[in-house]
Design a protein around this ligand. Structure first.
Ligand code: FE
Length: 235
C-alpha cells in the first residue's frame, strides 16, 4: 500500500481528494468493511484543492508552476540540506559525535534551522540496527533538513503499517533487511523530529564530502531506503 501511495503524485492526490467525499454517500451495506476508513480527505486537503482550482480557473496561478515549486521543496532544497549533514557526519567523526549527542546545534552549524526543526534527534543506522521514522498522529517531519514530507509519509497506510509491520513496509520500498537486523521505529511528534543517519556505502572511501552528499536520498534519511553504492564506485 505504501508503494501505491508512493507512486501517487501530488496532482493525483488532489484529484482523489476532490472525488473521495462521494464515497461517504454510499449506503453502509455497499461499503467494503475491510478498507481503511480514513478515505475522506482532511479538511485542509479539500480546502487546498478548492483554493487551487479557483486560482487556476481565474488564471492567477499555473498548475505546472505549483507542482514545480512543491517538487523543489519536496525533492531538491530540503533533502539536499539533510544530505549535507549526513555527508559531513560520514567524513568528520567529531561532527558525527556532536550530531548524535545533540542534533539541533550540530545541524545549525551547517546553517540549517527553523520551524519544524527545533528539536531534532539523529538516529544512526548500523549493520545491526535500522531506523525508520514515521509520524503516527499526522505528518511531523524535519522541514529544515528534509523539506516537505512526501505524500506517502502522510498517508494512513504508511503511518499505521510502519509501526505494525516495518519490515514489510521496508520491503515494499525495496529495502530487504535480514532477520538479524533490528528495526527501530521512531514516532515523530511536534516536540521531537527524527533524521536517520544512513550507513555510508562501501566503495565510497575516496569520495569527497560533496560527492557523498549527492548519493544521499530523502528516503534514506527517513529510513525507508539505504544509500546505494555509486555505480562503478570511485574507490
Ligand atoms: Fe505529526
Amino acid at each position: 500500500m505504501v508503494g501505491d501511495s508512493e507512486s501517487m503524485d501530488r496532482r493525483s492526490f488532489l484529484k482523489r481528494a476532490a472525488a473521495a467525499p462521494v464515497a461517504g454517500a454510499f449506503p453502509a451495506d455497499m461499503h467494503d468493511q475491510d478498507h481503511d476508513h480514513q478515505v475522506v480527505p482532511s479538511d485542509p486537503a479539500l480546502r487546498t484543492k478548492a483554493l487551487e482550482s479557483l486560482l487556476v480557473e481565474k488564471g492567477l496561478v499555473d498548475s505546472d508552476a505549483l507542482d514545480a515549486i512543491v517538487d523543489m521543496y519536496e525533492n531538491k532544497i530540503g533533502p539536499r540540506n539533510g544530505a549535507r549533514v549526513v555527508a559531513r557526519a560520514w567524513v568528520d567523526p567529531a561532527y558525527k559525535k556532536r550530531l548524535l549527542a545533540d542534533a539541533g546545534p550540530a545541524i545549525a552549524e551547517l546553517g540549517y534551522s527553523g520551524v519544524q526543526g527545533e528539536h531534532m534527534v539523529v538516529v544512526e543506522n548500523t549493520p545491526k540496527a535500522h531506523n525508520l521514522v514515521v509520524c503516527t498522529l499526522c505528518s511531523c517531519y524535519p522541514w529544515p533538513v528534509l523539506g516537505l514530507p512526501p505524500v506517502w509519509y502522510k498517508s494512513a497506510p504508511y503511518r499505521s503499517r510502519a509501526v505494525i509491520d516495518p519490515r514489510g513496509v521496508l520491503r515494499e520500498f525495496g529495502t530487504e533487511l535480514s532477520d538479524d537486523v533490528e528495526i527501530r521505529v521512531w514516532d515523530s511528534t511536534a516536540e521531537i523530529r527524527y533524521l536517520v543517519l544512513p550507513e555510508r556505502p562501501a566503495g565510497t572511501e575516496k569520495m569527497t564530502e560533496e560527492e557523498l552528499a549527492a548519493l544521499v536520498t530523502r528516503d534514506s534519511m527517513i529510513g525507508a531506503a539505504k544509500v546505494a553504492a555509486p555505480r562503478g564506485g570511485k574507490v
